[in-house]
Design a protein around this ligand. Structure first.
Ligand SMILES: Nc1nc2c(ncn2[C@@H]2O[C@H](COP(=O)(O)OP(=O)(O)OP(=O)(O)O)[C@@H](O)[C@H]2O)c(=O)[nH]1
Ligand SMILES: [Mg+2]
Ligand SMILES: [Zn+2]
Length: 327
């Protein structure tokens, strides 16, 4: 039982946000405390003007200090500086056509490992989608691990080939299946002792993998019929779950689109880690590795030293980069 007294400051970690309620795990405790956020933070926030989402003032994984009220709820007092955070461009409002005004949506902070989840089939493996998530992860300087799930459906044995796109350039790839049990122990070993986030398109099996690793979780998973409904997304809000002391997992809702936020065209190449040794030798330091003379990345693609699949992903992302407005 947590010993608390009014006026004492308690350190904790934000695990779930529901409208105006912030659920905080006090250090060493397994039960979150429902906290509110005083107006002073919102004022500071409005002054900054660059982010309009309440989610962004405090996000999952934030370390905070809070104070108990008499009724056992709490009030957040301080938000510690983030070591890192993962974000994407906020989705376009429905029907909008304007460009260049999309805001940053922060998904979580202080993450040790980002697991980027794809599936072999249902939905089909899509390397371009994986590459977009990797760019978001690299630009946040996270430790990125790729999961190719549902290998029980891979009748043509393509998963090894897909995995090699990433293992060859230095990423860890875990091939998994909740049906055969492949990869589950390996994944669990990666997760223990860290703060982890699972990210990927809807239906690839993020919640299922978490349930397979930690059977007590009972996260809701999609079934085939739900895919025919309008609301195909099974997990609707992200939440951070405490597994053990120092082990946390965040299950996120599947995203439909992922546009990394705040990346300039001339910087995109840095987030394709295998480009680095070549990019350093391009004639122009601002080279976007597309049409510039003296580009060593293009040369490396021609020489099969960089995978064409990855370069194709790079070009597609390059074309979709808009100028992000930061006031
Ligand atoms: N064959 C097979 N099906 C799987 C596997 N993992 C998950 N599924 C199925 O895939 C469907 C979606 O699984 P979820 O775990 O809900 O996927 P999710 O990524 O959490 O989806 P969202 O919450 O919508 O983002 C369910 O019908 C699962 O039973 C697997 O390894 N093999
Ligand atoms: Mg889910
Ligand atoms: Zn270049």
């Amino acid at each position: 039982m947590l010993f608390y007294f009014k006026g004492g400051l308690i350190k904790g970690i934000v695990s779930r946000i529901e409208s105006k309620d912030y659920y905080v795990f006090p250090t060493g405790e397994d039960k979150p405390v429902r906290c509110s956020l005083p107006g002073k933070f919102k004022k500071e926030f409005q002054l900054k003007k660059d982010k309009l989402y309440r989610m962004d003032i405090v996000t999952l994984g934030d370390n905070v200090d809070f104070e108990f009220n008499e009724d056992g709820t709490g009030v957040i007092n301080k938000i510690e500086e983030r070591q890192n955070y993962i974000s994407r461009k906020a989705p376009k409002p429905k029907g909008s056509s304007y460009r260049g005004e999309r805001l940053e949506q922060i998904i979580a902070a202080n993450i040790d490992k980002l697991f980027i989840v794809g599936s072999t089939y249902k939905p089909d493996f899509n390397n371009k989608v994986i590459d977009r998530f990797i760019v978001a992860g690299e630009s946040s300087h996270l430790n990125n691990i790729v999961i190719i799930n549902k290998i029980d459906l891979d009748n043509e044995n393509l998963s090894e080939k897909w995995a090699s796109i990433y293992t060859e350039i230095g990423y860890k790839v875990i091939l998994s299946s909740k049906v055969s049990g492949d990869g589950i122990e390996e994944l669990k070993n990666e997760v223990i002792g860290n703060k982890n986030i699972f990210w990927g398109h809807s239906g690839v099996g993020k919640s299922s993998l978490l349930n397979s690793m930690f059977p007590g979780l009972n996260l809701e998973i999609g079934d085939i019929s739900s895919f025919t409904d309008k609301g195909t997304h099974k997990t609707v809000t992200s939440k951070m779950i405490k597994i053990a002391f120092n082990t946390y997992v965040i299950d996120t809702p599947g995203v439909r689109e992922i546009d990394p936020f705040g990346i300039r065209k001339e910087d995109l190449g840095y987030y394709f880690i295998e480009f680095k040794p070549f990019a350093e030798k391009c004639r122009f330091s601002s080279c976007t590795h597309y049409h510039e003379p003296g580009c060593k990345v293009v040369k490396a693609v021609e020489n099969n030293e960089i995978s064409e699949l990855r370069y194709d992903s790079y070009l597609r992302i390059l074309k979709t980069i808009e100028e992000d407005i930061i006031y």
